[in-house]
Design a protein around this ligand. Sequence first.
Ligand SMILES: [Zn+2]
Length: 297
Amino acid sequence: MSTHPERGLTRRGLAGILGLGVLDLLMPGRALAQESTLLAEGGEPPFRVYGRDEWGARRPARTARVISRPPDRIVVHHTATANTKDRSLAQAFRLSREIQRFHMRERGWDDTGQQLTISRGGYVMEGRNRSLEAIRAGRHAVGAQTLHHNRHTIGIENEGTYSRAPVPSRLWDSLIDTCAWLCTAYDLDPFRAIVGHRDLFATDCPGDIMYARLTELRTRVALRLDGGSDKEAAEAVPPSTKSDAPAPSASSPSSSASPSPSEPARPPASPSSSPSPRTSVTPPRENPLPPDVGAPG
Ligand SMILES: [Zn+2]
């Protein structure tokens, strides 16, 4: 049931009108834990996360290792794949299969590298095997998504390439949901926990546009955890950084791939928003290799 992408309407309109009891009836796929916060109960996601059986995962080469120590960082990635206009559930499932195929066949990994995947349509999916069971238990399924940091980080791959293009609002809303869920499940401070891949590895990932919005992401997640409404959260962030705001020099979607001379280079990490100093990285010698999926297929 494809309830997920409609939740923006749900939150901003229907929730106040109908109340959540009705919403639960209308949207049985969603277990809404609290009215305004949509927080998880323990590690249970308060929204639909599509499992591996649903997107058609193949068997992993090896079962993932689950460790009892929870992750202390949530790493935001982009997949560096096409910015497709296909927002369907079928496309989301196709993306998950392509990433798994790429990571297993081309990278030679045991399975999908990242623990979670979000499509441009806003669908959230399990990546590496055992990720959901581990999160529910407050544990960590070790992935292959941030070299040298896989034992203490959990990775979210966001479909698309965000070096120039704006982030679709459906994807953005799901990323906020997902980070809030993980911060609840692991008792993390979003201002410390949420980082971009480039904070930990020499990479452009997750793209300048998405990276520039991580402070907004942390703020939105923190407000969610504090019980604020989405309306309050939306008012708390500058209008220029809201979802689907065009890139500074982008005049049309098709221009998103063209160079943008005025676009600032990689933003400097401020102490308050990027707790993890960028580490110097030695070239990879063996698996796990840099995780971003490149152009699968
Ligand atoms: Zn990445």
